[in-house]
Design a protein around this ligand. Structure first.
Ligand SMILES: [Zn+2]
Length: 251
């Protein structure tokens, strides 16, 4: 398998996963032109589009791609039906096409219908988990999002987190504000700043790395709880998450 990361719009990534026969699936096409260009340049044959949720910067390229490839199946949650999805999928569904086999994982929180597509080691998780961050709560509750992040955290450590935005530098600044003494976070922050200065991408990341540097996966951390003004272990972890997410929204 070959993973291709296409920058799109201001800070989106469109992902393509390709097999050895040059068949590929396209995940969250924010726009069509960069995809059309790479399909032509690399002589790739698209076999499916996968949509994680209904936001425009994830589905904006569907119509343009279908114009060129009218029979291309588009898999997505119910909320993407009006955005071009032709096959509605649910938790635990398997999408099997060619050499691909994706498991659908329901991840409500950022939107209510948000899903991820998992084919080990690749996880296409849209706007749920970012490197060093997580998506905003536009539709779901903090409890739902916390549980969705827990589902991701239960996958193998070597899982490749293919998220849909380049937000890592800003997220690491927040991580430093929350855990200023954490040496792993301090070191990783420097690495990310150096990468971004050279205009290089910081994703995909691994679940193993995220468990170390992503504060939203570390709500159980006593220092984190203290630093955001919570008496350690005095409230449920999803409430810690809720306060942490609210703090990030104001940050
Ligand atoms: Zn979104």
């Amino acid at each position: 398998m070959k993973l291709i990361r296409l920058p799109a719009l201001s800070d989106n990534y469109i992902w393509l996963l390709c097999d050895e026969n040059k068949h590929c699936v396209i995940i969250d096409p924010a726009e069509s032109q960069p995809v059309i260009d790479i399909l032509a340049a690399s002589q790739l044959i698209p076999v499916a589009i996968l949509l994680t949720h209904h936001h425009h910067d994830h589905v904006g390229g569907v119509a343009g791609l279908l114009k060129q490839h009218p029979k291309l199946p588009v898999y997505g949650p119910e909320e993407t039906q009006s955005k071009g999805a032709t096959h509605i999928v649910h938790e635990n569904d398997l999408i099997e096409t060619g050499h691909f086999s994706f498991q659908v994982i329901a991840l409500p929180g950022h939107t209510l219908g948000h899903i991820a597509f998992y084919q080990a080691p690749y996880l296409f998780c849209g706007d749920t988990l970012f490197s060093a961050g997580c998506g905003r709560l536009f539709e779901g509750t903090a409890e739902q999002m916390f549980s969705s992040l827990g589902k991701i955290a239960s996958l193998p450590d070597e899982t490749l987190i293919c998220c849909a935005h380049e937000y890592t530098a800003a997220n690491m600044e927040f991580a430093l504000a929350v855990l200023p003494e954490n040496q792993t976070i301090r070191d990783y922050y420097k690495k990310i700043i150096a990468l971004r200065e050279k205009d290089q991408a910081t994703v995909p990341t691994t679940l193993k790395k995220e468990k170390k540097i992503n504060v939203f996966l570390n709500c159980h951390d006593i220092d984190l709880q203290k630093n955001i003004g919570i008496k350690p272990n005095s409230i449920p972890l999803y409430s810690v998450f809720q306060q942490l997410r609210a703090y990030k929204d104001r940050f």
